[in-house]
Design a binder for this molecule. Structure first.
Ligand code: AMP
Ligand code: MG
Length: 521
């Protein structure tokens, strides 16, 4: 395997001088050198040819024993020095101090086709940042990360990617629901890939420690390599940097809202400085359209990270990033102005996105109301988000109410509820909608095509991932492969895969892993 190794992060930023792998507070440094822990019996479960091509890894490489060893941490590539990154974070609204890569180890950074990539193992053993935990990951959560990050990429959502999923051969003890019922599960390792894995929390920890010298180094490094067009370090450049991070974060979250993705743990340590979706844990996909839904049982009380609150949390996290960057800028007003513009940009982008979902392109002052009324209707009776919007594209501008309703009726979890007042509400809405469609200068067929490019037909519903997990636990990886292929083309009809274009089955309503997930992974 020939990789173009180019370690800018470790070359240009300060290292923790201690080389021992002991748990500790790491001051005046951005990372600690640490080696992955060898595993008992590594076995490759799945690898992405597409991601390997991005890195210059050939098909033959993928099949080699070297690939397996390197990407399970059992062998270290020549001229590389693996490291874990130091960061802090606000967890569920509170400053948590140093967190860091407790179970992630960057193997190296490479450059291929003029693109920089960091290769990172998740679950490859303890690091100085592991605190009280074991540094490992289980197969269940690793399948979820592997499949979802690739699915998100193909949905057009900015995200970290995944190269490989392997079993470690070791068993890992987990109390999945934190209820005192710990059990052994299969250990696994995912190799994830991104231009970098720098988080909001990477800056916060340096600011919290008043380490302005290294804060400046990290900001300058990030701008020089990833926001190169912003130019040389200066207050203006830092502000322009913050503005771009704010925009990228908002764009990412609007995509989440569009496809119905709920991250579940939007702590500041889980927000990428590149605006990539990162750290797939207790995430979930909206099935019944519900602004209050969160998949994360750890967040059941306050629902801080519920679907409808994600854009607000993006802003809250950006405020924390602004505080961290403040020592380099020393002026609050321009930072506040950028945060203010997030709010107005959100209104504009959210409206644009929702209009695209219902197939509207020209502007009309009633559009906002039309969307609000639709959302109200979707909330009254459980309505599947993915089915509803996908099927809405088949509604024609001259359809009668009965014709339109028939086309979307599959999306209702309890179609018998669509009677009386609720049916009237839908009738009012569809009448307004079809009238509004007539104002668009588009053929029904063309609108359908456009809508089908923003409303996916296939997403990684929670129960689908669980089916793949249950099969994999028994050694059958065929569902992983099936979903991996399916989710490469989420907007295509894929007629032979219609069995995945259905509402969540009733058995999954309360099943652990399908509706309830915890941070235990
Ligand atoms: P999360 O919110 O799951 O992204 O993780 C929060 C923090 O806990 C991060 O610093 C992780 O590295 C750390 N962490 C989570 N699980 C483990 C584990 N099994 N071993 C060590 N550290 C962990
Ligand atoms: Mg994390």
């Amino acid at each position: 395997m020939k990789l173009n190794i180019q370690n800018t992060f470790t070359k240009e930023l300060p290292a923790d001088p201690i080389l021992e792998n002991t748990r500790r507070q790491v001051a005046n440094a951005c990372y600690s050198f640490v080696k992955p822990t060898p595993t008992a019996k590594p076995q490759l479960v799945h690898a992405s040819e597409e991601v390997s091509e991005l890195l210059g890894i050939t098909k033959d490489d993928l099949a080699s024993s070297e690939f397996l060893k390197v990407f399970t941490g059992n062998s270290i590539l020549e001229n590389t020095e693996p490291y874990a990154m130091c960061y802090g974070g606000h967890q569920f609204g509170n400053w948590a101090g140093q967190l860091g890569d407790g179970r992630a180890i960057n193997l190296t950074e490479i450059n291929y086709n003029n693109q920089q990539w960091a290769l990172q193992l998740k679950g490859a053993g303890a690091t100085p940042y592991s605190r009280t935990a074991d540094g490992l990951a289980v197969l269940r959560s690793s399948i979820r990360e592997y499949l979802c990050s690739e699915a998100m990429f193909h949905l057009g959502v900015p995200t970290t990617r995944a190269l490989s999923l392997s079993l470690s051969g070791d068993d890992v003890l987990r109390d999945m629901l934190y209820d005192g019922n710990a059990a052994y599960e299969k250990g696994a390792i995912v190799c994830r890939v991104a231009p970098n894995f720098i988080r909001f929390g990477s800056f916060e920890i340096l600011a919290a420690r008043e380490d302005v010298k290294n804060l400046k180094k990290l900001v300058d490094y990030t701008i020089q390599h990833f926001y190169t067009h912003l130019g040389k370090p200066s207050k203006e450049t830092y502000l322009a940097f913050f503005k771009e991070v704010a925009t990228k974060t908002l764009v990412m979250i609007i995509h989440w809202q569009r496809v119905g993705f709920v991250h579940g743990v939007m702590n500041t340590d889980n927000l990428s400085i590149l605006g990539l979706t990162i750290d797939y844990g207790p995430y979930g996909w909206l099935e019944p359209y519900d602004y209050d839904w969160t998949p994360n049982t750890t967040d059941k009380q306050n629902k801080r990270y519920r679907y409808g609150n994600q854009p607000n949390i993006g802003l809250w996290n950006l405020l924390k990033l602004a505080n961290a960057l403040f020592p380099l800028i020393e002026e609050a007003a321009p930072l506040e102005a950028i945060l203010e513009s997030y709010k107005t940009d959100f209104e504009t982008k959210q409206l644009q996105m929702m209009k695209a979902k219902i197939g509207l392109s020209i502007s009309d002052k009633e559009d906002q109301n039309l969307i609000q009324e639709l959302e109200k209707n979707l909330h009254v009776s459980e309505t599947d988000m993915t089915l509803f919007f996908r099927n809405l594209s088949t509604v024609n501008s001259n359809d009668t109410f009965t014709e339109a309703l028939t086309k979307i009726t599959d999306a209702f979890y309890n179609p018998q509820e669509i009677e009386g007042v609720l049916k009237e509400k839908w009738e009012v809405w569809f009448q307004k909608y079809t009238t509004r469609l007539q104002k668009e200068n588009l053929l029904d067929a063309d609108r359908k095509t456009a809508m089908n490019l923003v409303n996916p037909k296939y997403v990684l519903r929670n129960y689908m991932a669980q089916i793949a997990i249950d099969a994999a636990d028994k050694g059958d990886y065929s569902v992983i492969e099936e979903l991996f292929q399916l989710l490469k083309k989420p907007y295509d009809e894929q007629k032979n895969s219609e069995k995945w274009f259905v509402k969540r089955p009733e058995w999954a309503r309360h099943k652990v892993g399908c509706s309830k997930l915890s941070c235990s992974s």
